[in-house]
Design a protein around this ligand. Structure first.
Ligand code: FEO
Ligand code: CA
Ligand code: CA
Length: 641
């Protein structure tokens, strides 16, 4: 039998190896859903001209494509397949900071072959850059950046197959991940890190933090090291980001489950509630390959079965106060958080849109009880309020369903800890892996990248439909209409009454990503705003700039063959929300994911993240590949967002 190297699997594939999905038993349900799907495909969604894809009258204010002059200030960049970054003519990119670069002058020196030693590994810029935000005040600019996960083979180049061989190896991996706060400054020579700035800070897998909200102090969060259930160490798998109206940073814990394992070899001796939770959230025996549990008992669930309940949250960081403990906000739910897109209702309540990135999981919304008052008390805004989950209807309307004790049969604390269970209880809509959500600052609407779902509508060996981790069959549904969805789509919604706090909304698909050069017709050709010039797959990162342009980053298949022919490397494109036009702006080195985007205070520089390059980017031959943040400027120094 071939041994599976777990670290070579995607997070989703690893989850399915760990917890094979149950075969669907409820035959009537499958038939019923299949029939409604036939009706849907036959009557509603005809690709390119159908009601669910933009360009129709469904969302008032959406105009037909190509009726307006282009809003893009650049010519489309051709697809690329090489080992570096490309931007259009008239723009220039530069490297700002790479994994292993010093944030402090006492950091160890970088070695091109061995990287960074364990000692001092918490004094350098982290690995695998992801979500980021820039905060400016009084001429000081702070970049706050997630480091999502560790590439063991790159980060531990001396370890056999990248398998940690000591507690020191594990500590090094723990230090490379989390969040980096770094002051940056622009000079005539370009942007650079202000080494030793008093604001510079590394937050990693052992940084003390505070737990608040309904789950704080609950028995399921208590451990031997923290009998109060209110203090935890570290923030795990920091994927996307968000920024609050009051100037703090939100980091989002995504695939936290992969860090935990069990030296007991089974969960059988654990309380039933832990076992059920581990199954729903994919906490396994062996972990995703980090092997923390073999060297650090905190991650060994046979010894600390409640530790996984203390991760999977939205975590708030005050970039201006390096001594402030980050706060884990349990009120915003526990799941594989992608990002946290904040906005306000007309009355001033805080709204946070969030996706749970796993096949067949859901989209969520938080609405605060209290209103945001500039300069006022913000302490309740992410702890007192209501969490909702999205339900999409076939008629292009939708509802945010409140996750309440009455409707879920769970306590408020249980809803916070086992949010996925609560959402399944109210029949939320299974989605094709919700990645980033972005709110349009120029219109009352929001967008979510549904990156792909190769299991949507796929069949098990016995002919039953593949299910999500809750056992719900992932048959196609209105916003996720394609079987074996390799390319992804972006769903857009407009809340009723122009109020992001409203319980109902209208929706459409901004783009159904496809490859019209390979599939000349049918669902895999994609919507009308896909063409030979702008091919891409798997939309993931997303930000909408102050002018309302949608910046879309990809994390997809970059082999440039077959279904993906002509797409080239992962990339960043800009989309016009009104005309639907999408144009390629930047390409990354092969093997990389392009993720994370923010702007300088003057909006004349764009910061873009290059995660896990597959070639020795950016240093060239002889060096380990290094995740990096690059700056992009217009050559005329005009606004770029
Ligand atoms: Fe960390 Fe779902 O991307
Ligand atoms: Ca992502
Ligand atoms: Ca992704």
């Amino acid at each position: 039998m071939t041994k599976i190297d777990r670290h070579d699997l995607t997070f989703d594939d690893w989850d399915e190896v760990n917890f094979p999905r149950p075969a669907e038993q409820d035959f009537d349900r499958v038939v019923e859903r299949a029939i409604s799907r036939r009706g849907f495909l036959g009557g509603v969604l005809a690709f390119g001209s159908g009601a669910a894809v933009m360009g129709t009258a469904a969302l008032k204010g959406t105009t037909a494509m190509a009726q307006q002059a282009t809003r893009f200030a650049f010519d489309q960049l051709p697809a690329q397949t090489d080992g570096t970054v490309h931007v259009p003519a008239g723009y220039t990119w530069d490297t700002l900071v790479r994994w292993g670069d010093p944030l402090f002058s006492d950091a160890p020196a970088w070695d091109a072959a061995t990287g960074v030693p364990t000692e001092g590994s918490d004094r350098v810029f982290g690995e695998n850059t992801d979500g980021m935000e820039l905060f400016g005040k009084g001429g000081v600019e702070l970049l706050v950046v997630n480091s999502e996960y560790a590439n063991r083979r790159v980060n531990l180049p001396a370890a056999q197959d990248g398998v940690p061989a000591s507690a020191g190896d594990v500590l090094r991996l723990q230090n490379f991940q989390g969040v980096s706060v770094l002051q940056v400054a622009e000079s005539p020579d370009g942007w650079s890190v202000v080494v030793d700035s008093p604001y510079n800070r590394r937050i990693h897998h052992n940084t003390p933090m505070v737990i608040d909200g309904p789950a704080a102090g609950h028995d399921l969060l208590k451990t031997a090291a923290d009998p109060t259930g209110t203090q935890s160490l570290g923030t795990l798998n920091n994927c996307g980001s968000g920024r609050t109206p009051w100037g703090t940073y939100l980091t989002c814990e995504e695939n936290f489950n992969g860090y935990f394992g069990s030296t007991a070899g089974s969960h059988d001796a654990l309380p039933e509630v832990n076992q059920a939770g581990f199954k729903r959230y994919g906490v396994g025996i062996d972990g995703w390959g980090y092997d923390y549990h073999k060297w650090d008992a905190r991650f060994d669930v046979s010894k600390n079965p409640n530790e996984p309940h203390r991760a999977g949250y939205i975590v708030e960081i005050d970039p201006w106060n390096p001594d402030a403990a980050p706060i884990k906000h349990t009120a915003l739910g526990r799941f594989k958080h992608e990002n946290a897109a904040c906005t306000l209702t007309p009355e001033g309540q805080v709204v946070v849109y969030m996706g749970d990135d796993e096949r067949g999981e859901y989209m969520y919304k938080w609405v605060s009880r209290d209103i945001y008052v500039p300069g006022g008390d913000t302490s309740t805004l992410l702890s007192e309020g209501q969490l909702f989950v999205a339900k999409f209807n076939d008629d292009q309307t939708g509802t945010w369903v409140a996750l309440t004790p009455e409707d879920t049969g769970m306590t408020t604390a249980e809803i916070a800890i086992f949010t996925r269970v609560a959402a399944t209880e109210v029949s939320a809509t299974t989605m094709d892996r919700p990645e980033w959500i972005a709110v349009n600052p120029t219109a009352v609407e929001a967008y979510c990248c549904l990156t792909n779902n190769s299991r949507r509508g796929a069949l098990n060996d016995d002919g039953t439909v593949r299910t999500n981790a809750a056992g719900e069959p992932m048959v196609p549904n209105a916003p996720n209409p394609r079987e074996i969805n390799r390319y992804g789509q972006i769903v857009r919604w407009r809340p009723h009454n122009d109020d992001h706090g409203a319980a109902t909304f209208d929706w459409d698909l901004y783009v159904m990503v496809g490859n019209p050069t390979v599939h000349t017709e049918g669902p895999y050709a994609g919507s009308a705003n896909m063409n030979e010039g702008n091919l891409f797959n798997s939309p993931d990162g997303m930000q909408i700039d102050s002018a309302g342009l949608i910046w879309i980053q990809t994390d997809g298949d970059d082999d440039n063959e077959g279904d993906f022919a002509g797409m080239g490397n992962n990339q960043m494109l800009a989309g016009d929300p009104v005309t639907g036009e999408i144009r390629r702006f930047l390409t990354g080195p092969n093997g990389c994911e392009v993720t994370g985007l923010t702007w300088s205070a003057d909006r004349r520089t764009m910061f873009v993240g290059i995660q896990h390059p597959g070639t020795p980017f950016p240093d060239g031959e002889g060096s380990l590949p290094r995740s990096a943040i690059v700056t992009v400027k217009r050559d005329d120094n005009a606004l770029i967002g």
